[in-house]
Design a protein. Structure first.
Lengths: 293, 350
């Protein structure tokens, strides 16, 4: 009888497998296409004559003697010094994540343990600021930055990114802290902790999944940001995303599209590794409930 | 070792009164139980002693120190929380050791003291488990061990048994009684369960709506309740209370007539305990009514009748039998009766 209950019609089994397979291909196709194309030359990847050139690499073979070439990567990394952009990105990401998590954990903990009514309004205000498109804020920042001669530097971009990011981290961490029962703080205090010791020794160890999840989100925000970094950074201080944009060229400057494609692949790979590395923490952070005593 | 003095202690949130003018001295090594229904202010009182809730008015003294403005950590109290408040990332050993660690107790002492505390609550087999891998009763015992490991001046226990199942509650109750006897530490214990209060306490404080109703030993509170609230709260079943009139020492209510009472004429509430009255099948008793329900308890038979819409319970011998609907007669001699003022609910001194 139990096998009867578990029985699913064949068409449903096949249907769901096909559906998932098709979905997977559609979802993964842009990434795979870009990865494949990054080893071709522009004539192939953006071939007007025959789109299958992008697949077989006929022109690439004619130029370099092989259907695959590292010309795009060489151009981006060696000629254009994409490495410096990568370093800049990681500097920006590191300081954005570190600053917004420090302020975020302390602030969100205080908010989550406060019994005053203004907490609610603070969080609502934070949400409103989070909802404002970053670009509208950037236009307001520009004149004073020029006036005080701080435009173009990494610290400036970091401060602006933290400011844009902070409401979100506060909001997210606050909801994590609220899931940690107040009894934990109180028993720590009775056991001999100051408020800060209770936070550091008892609450934070339970909070790691939440901190990692929030940290990853703010990392991604800084990593993927275009609006702020493209407007606020001088050419020599560019992070990856505005650099890729520059490779594409403008109406005034000639770019090299294949450098951009190779750089896109280079910028995507670390994200895959990062998410896979932290996937357990992210899942437990997102599903929460992991903090129950 | 310390005496706790609560001097005219009050807690208010805006216009809401949580605890009203609580004045009590808890003797050194006394086991005091705060008893009352939920929302009566018993937990708030305890939290004020612990320092987790600010005092609106009044003073708290532990030993010879006024502790109103001291942090919880400086009051030298240990507390067992209703939800245990165990640290989920630490194993049992580290949970018990935590108070020693944060209080910077000499490291060489830690192991011996943790082991001793774990032994007292029979946890030595589980020291390396995380709280999540423990049963409710074991978690409860970890919380107890964490409280006793430091040998504090005062124990505070906030409904420590309420999350346990009935069977475990009885055995853990005995364990707490034994522990408190062994440790001889001033203990304040909060509960809404009057059986816990009766079995554990040296003295019981019955509270309702933030106001202390009665302070006394379990027997005092059971035998001489100060008002109808205490009478109706203590005992299982609670005291029978019948509203009626007293005139010339004769109490009358529907189907009820008790003579030989002493008290001023007027509207009163008559109270008596189920086990003090007796039942018969004739009409010789003071209350005569059809049996409303019969319950076999094993050691006794509980007979319930209804008087003026109110249930009156009487414990008969375990051999007693009657059918529902049979007319039964309950004998309520005046010496088992308590009289309360019907307006104020206060006991009328006889």
């Amino acid at each position: 009888m139990s096998t009867q209950a578990k029985y699913r019609p064949t068409w449903l089994k096949i249907g769901s497998v096909v559906f998932i397979a098709v979905w997977l291909i559609i979802a993964a196709f842009p990434f795979i296409w870009t990865l494949w194309g990054s080893f071709k030359i522009e004539l192939d990847f953006f071939s007007i004559a025959d789109w299958t050139n992008a697949f077989y690499g006929r022109n690439t073979e004619a130029t370099y003697g092989s259907p695959f070439t590292l010309a795009g990567y060489e151009g981006a990394w060696i000629k254009e010094g994409f490495g410096q952009n990568v370093i800049n990105t990681f500097i920006v990401c590191f300081f954005v994540v570190a600053t917004s998590l420090t302020i975020g954990t302390l602030g969100a903990y205080a908010l989550s343990r406060s019994s005053y009514n203004y907490v609610f309004w603070l969080l609502i205000t934070a949400l409103i600021f989070r909802a404002i498109p970053p670009i509208t804020l950037v236009s307001g920042y520009l004149p004073p930055f020029f006036q005080y001669n701080v435009w173009g530097f990494l610290p400036t971009a970091i401060i602006v990114l933290v400011a844009i990011n902070q409401p979100f981290t506060l909001w997210m961490l606050n909801s994590f802290f609220q899931k940690i029962p107040q009894d934990l703080d109180e028993s720590a205090k009775v056991d001999g902790c100051t408020q800060f010791q209770a936070f550091r020794l008892v609450i934070m160890p339970v909070m790691w999944p939440g901190v990692i999840t929030t940290g990853l989100f703010s990392f991604l925000l800084a990593y993927n940001d275009f609006a702020v970094t493209s407007m606020l950074l001088a050419e020599s201080n560019r992070t990856m995303i505005p650099a890729i944009n520059a490779f594409l060229g403008t109406t005034q400057t000639e770019g090299n599209v294949m450098f951009a494609v190779a750089a896109v692949v280079s910028a995507t790979v670390p994200l895959f590794i990062l998410v896979m590395f932290f996937q357990r923490q992210i899942v437990s952070g997102l599903t929460a409930g992991a903090v129950k005593g | 070792m310390a005496e706790i003095q609560l001097r005219n202690l009050s807690k208010r949130w805006g216009s809401f009164v949580g605890v009203d003018n609580f004045d009590l001295t808890i003797a050194d090594r006394e086991f005091l139980v705060l008893l009352g229904p939920s929302g009566c202010g018993k937990t708030t009182t305890m939290r004020m002693i612990a320092g987790l809730e600010e005092v609106t008015e009044g003073e708290i003294w532990i030993g010879d120190r006024k502790v109103n403005d001291l942090e919880p950590k400086d009051r030298d109290v240990a507390m067992v929380f209703q939800s245990y408040g165990l640290y989920p990332n630490m194993n049992v050993y580290d949970n018990i050791r935590f108070p020693l660690k944060v209080r910077k107790v000499d490291k060489s002492e830690h192991d011996a003291r943790v082991m001793k505390a774990a032994e007292m609550v029979e946890l030595t087999d589980f020291l390396h488990r995380k709280p999540a891998a423990l049963s409710g009763g074991q978690r409860q015992r970890v919380a107890l061990a964490r409280a006793i490991v430091r040998e504090p001046n005062v124990f505070l226990m906030d409904e420590p048994l309420s999350n346990l199942d009935a069977k475990l509650r009885v055995s853990t109750r005995a364990q707490i009684k034994n522990l408190s006897h062994e440790l001889q530490v001033t203990t304040v214990y909060v509960t809404h369960d009057q059986i816990e209060a009766m079995t554990l306490a040296d003295r019981v404080v019955v509270m309702n709506a933030g106001v202390v109703q009665q302070v006394g030993s379990p027997t005092e509170i059971y035998d001489n309740p100060a008002n109808t609230f205490v009478a109706g709260f203590i005992g299982s079943p609670a005291m029978n209370l019948i509203d009626g009139h007293l005139a010339g020492g004769r109490f009358t209510a529907q189907g009820t007539e008790v003579t030989g009472l002493k008290g001023p004429d007027g509207p009163v509430t008559l109270g008596f305990r189920a086990e003090d009255a007796t039942v018969s099948n004739d009409t010789s008793g003071q209350i005569t009514a059809p049996a409303y329900s019969m319950e076999l308890l094993g050691d006794a038979t509980m007979v319930t009748v209804r008087v003026d819409g109110q249930q009156v319970n009487v414990k008969a011998s375990k051999e007693y039998r009657a059918e529902i609907g049979d007319t039964v007669s309950i004998s309520v001699p005046p010496e088992i009766c308590h009289l309360f003022d019907r307006q104020s609910g206060a006991r009328i001194a006889v």
